[in-house]
Design a protein around this ligand. Sequence first.
Ligand code: CMC
Length: 429
Amino acid sequence: MPAKNALVAVDGQSAELRLRSGTMGPDVLDIGLLYKQTRMFTYDPGFTSTASCESKITYIDGDEGVLLHRGYPIEQLAEHGDFLEVCYLLLYGELPTAAQKKDFDYRVTHHTMVHEQMSRFFTGFRRDAHPMAVMCGCVGALSAFYHDSTDITDPHQRMVASLRMIAKMPTLAAMAYKYHIGQPFVYPKNDLDYASNFLRMCFAVPCEEYVVNPVLARAMDRIFILHADHEQNASTSTVRLAGSSGANPFACIAAGIACLWGPAHGGANEAALNMLNEIGTVDHIPEYIARAKDKNDPFRLMGFGHRVYKNYDPRAKIMQKTTHEVLGELGIKDDPLLEVAMELERIALTDEYFIEKKLYPNIDFYSGITLKALGFPTTMFTVLFALARTVGWIAQWNEMIEDPEQRIGRPRQLYVGEPRREYVRAPHR
Ligand code: CMC
């Protein structure tokens, strides 16, 4: 098929731009030569119309509510797979054979301990520090401990760093939690699966036997799967941008964690639960719906809306089912928060404002209720998101390093400040 091109002509300057097609999704206009040919940049704050890279990892169709990892629908992965299988898929591109899975599980499991000196890092923080602040610091600090996996030009070191990060994030997250509540750190236990080990490191205490509830462990694992990757979102783009300068992988993931913390991104799960608590009872909902619609009120319904999904977030549907499974297992009936959540969802889905703007519940709407039922305080919610997203960040980082088109990320700007002017010494200076 002959290559399709697009002609852009402005003020007598013209450029022929290459149209590129992926396997799925809209075509893209390759503007790489635009400046060279026309001395003009494009302007796209928030990157609403800009693809920043080629990727084979995740595909989202926001209008249809579709999310695929390496071609596999998220619903099928969440139903039939486990988190480490999804990690393998994201990292290597294919589902593992039984032998590959066994080997991968073994390798991740045997990297879960962190250098003993890392524990001193935690004591440098105040006990009331937000665990995300602790995570930004401690994950960044990993690069000071694992020098033998920071050479990004060596594929072997990159893979060791990737496994270390996937393996150590639960340990660091659990340590951040234990430090927060003043309990002793619990070391990882290698005969447990990834999610069970994490629950044990969070909730076991030395004075009692801890028995993992398999229903809750499965729910935890599914939450990890649902958060594993989401194409070029803000934190992933941050990781890629940080990595484009050649920074080491631990530093790049720390940058991703910092970006994820914001309430418009990963911080939304914490914000959503705080909002449900603030609403309190079903009779207060109309007041909050009215505030969300009021242009003069900065309030937004947390857990609603998405830059890409203009349909139901497919992850939210699975999350809703998981929420009910967890509440059922724990015998939590008539939970007032769930009641508020369900009524809020019902009203929002039938309200003209939300329908017109295509604001559907996103994953964060239901994940908060589930995590609370599992026993996590709201301050840990975004930490759990970071733990699960680490594999997506690291897979995208590896893909970027291996991309022959990769260059340092350097956006341009439309300068609207003062034109050149001469410095005049003021008498008082
Ligand atoms: N409540 C009320 N109005 C909203 C909301 C909301 N949650 N979200 C968007 N709108 C309105 C917004 O005011 C705007 O109205 P108008 O066109 O009249 O100015 C319109 O919908 C489009 O919104 P936008 O801010 O231009 O959309 P965006 O793509 O820049 O923002 C978003 C996407 C997720 C930041 C936003 O929907 C939001 O702030 N939602 C609440 C926070 C949240 O739940 N974030 C989690 C996202 S999913 C997890 C993740 O990927 O991190």
